[in-house]
Design a binder for this molecule. Structure first.
Ligand SMILES: [Zn+2]
Length: 480
């Protein structure tokens, strides 16, 4: 964690209390507020706008690869939920249930969707009959409800916004390609948009999605050394389709069962952005998810009409370059405005003041590292896209260096425990594959297996936890 001498006094420092720092940012940067219903939050415009930018980018990519948006109902009848036993066992304990409609008790309970697999299966069985109906590549943008007892804004709560993709394919290979293709897309979202280097891999049997054959994940490491599962992609095999009687006739008129996937990311990503990039002065937004990319701060504009005009012209020129820019002409002092937009994490501030203006210049200040640059006013708008790109790259490089320094190869159980309990990030260990080890780590130090990384190069022959012969490389960490 970095110490900052110019700390914003209204935010708890990361070092003092990381969890309070996080809550301070969520509230004070205007991202959310707590709602009247316990466990629920209000997504305020500035927070929602970050989600919108994530959504727009992903939506464009989904459409490019032939996916279509659909919308299925909010409620799942109990009889439908019960059709897939493993799945219902996984989700029922955290479901909200509707038992009254109008003023009459319902004859059948209705689950508020915690996820929509069974709804999709029920719908797919009516629309898929022949190989010509495949593949089906649907995506739904919606909210889901899981009755969590604790609220941590964007990370854990009763309701979150997400996308859930659901696809059916004629062959196993095609479904596996889809599963891993979407995982790669989430990895690109991290690399190209969020400036977050995700750790990717496969979940263990214990941690996989209820009803899936395999779950793949993108994990990120936060500034307190804890991991955050940031997106998952599931390969369902044919299990759900068999349960729900989804069949198709192949080109030889033979009846076959399709292969299925589902994949999703949620508003948790906002939490990831806050905790990967934020500092003691507030939020630090990567440029491509910043609702405001440039804040123009006019200095003494009330005394000098030329300053006001120059600021207005600059915002107009920036907008023409496709930059999300605005100027603050409120009567607050420039100092107040500097800390306000630092708090809100605006990537670039441009000061327009009488003295610099007389020399034909403006001053650019980067939020994430405070680097200042004086540029000619005439070329400022054209220079900004490159400056934002540089900021994005530098933020990614910094997050990558942090991530890489928070993966530790451990050879003993003592080393594993030390790494996960002292905020050092992931303990990378060789493991025998026995679920009892995962239970033990959870009980002893409250850490979980995050993933089996794709690179499975062994570095020891004994399981670090129980000493039996090791067969897998696995990452353990404490997680949100
Ligand atoms: Zn073991």
């Amino acid at each position: 964690m970095t110490k900052n001498v110019n700390k914003n006094e209204s935010i708890t420092s990361q070092e003092e209390n990381f969890s309070q720092w996080y809550t301070d940012i969520c509230l004070k940067a205007g991202l959310m507020d707590y709602a009247r219903a316990k466990g629920f939050i209000v997504y305020r415009p500035y927070g929602y706008a970050i989600w919108e930018l994530v959504r727009n980018w992903l939506d464009g990519e989904f459409k490019k690869t032939g996916h279509h948006d659909v919308y299925l109902p909010l409620l799942i009848p109990e009889s439908l939920m019960d059709e897939e036993k493993e799945h219902v066992k996984g989700f029922a304990p955290e479901c909200a249930v509707v038992t009254i409609g109008g003023d009459k008790p319902l004859t059948e309970k209705m689950y508020v969707r915690p996820t929509s697999e069974v709804l999709f299966c029920d719908y797919f069985k009516d629309i898929v009959h022949s190989f010509r109906d495949l593949p089906v590549k649907d995506n739904q943008w919606c909210s889901v409800v899981r009755w969590e007892k604790t609220t941590r804004p964007f990370l854990r709560g009763a309701e979150f916004l997400w996308q859930e993709g659901h696809t059916l394919h004629a062959t196993k290979e095609e479904a596996l390609d889809e599963t891993l293709g979407q995982l790669k897309l989430y990895e690109r979202l991290g690399r190209e948009v969020l400036a977050i280097p995700f750790e990717t891999g496969k979940k263990t049997e214990k941690e996989k999605f209820a009803g899936a054959e395999a779950t793949y994940t993108v994990e990120a490491i936060m500034k307190d050394g804890q991991a955050l599962q940031s997106g998952t992609s599931h390969f369902f095999g044919q299990g759900f389709c068999q349960h729900f009687g989804i069949k198709f006739l192949d080109s030889n008129n033979k009846q076959e069962t399709p292969w299925q996937t589902s994949w999703g990311v949620s508003t948790r990503l906002i939490g990831a952005v806050i905790m990967v990039h934020g500092d003691d002065n507030g939020l630090v937004l990567p440029p491509y998810v910043a609702p405001i990319q440039v804040e123009v701060i006019p200095i003494r504009f009330d005394k000098d009409p030329k300053v006001k005009q120059a600021a207005l012209d600059l915002v107009e020129a920036l907008t023409k370059e496709g930059i999300r820019a605005e100027a603050d002409f409120s009567d607050k002092t420039p100092g107040w405005k500097f800390s306000e937009y630092e708090m809100k994490g605006v990537p670039l501030r441009i000061e327009v003041g009488p003295r610099d203006l007389a020399a034909g210049n403006v001053v650019l200040t980067r939020r994430f590292d405070g680097v200042k640059q004086t540029v000619a006013l005439s070329g400022a708008a054209k220079a900004v896209p490159t400056v934002l790109k540089d900021i994005h790259e530098a933020m990614y490089a910094k997050a990558l260096a942090y991530r890489d320094s928070h993966i530790h190869e451990c050879h003993t159980y003592g080393e594993l425990k030390d790494v996960v309990t002292t905020g050092q990030g992931y303990a990378k260990v060789m493991w025998c594959g026995d679920q009892a080890d995962e239970d033990k780590v959870k009980a002893d130090v409250n850490a979980t297996s995050r993933c089996l990384p794709f690179d499975q190069t062994p570095f020891d022959d004994k399981c670090a936890i129980c000493g039996k012969p090791a067969t897998k490389v696995v990452l353990f960490a404490r997680a949100y």
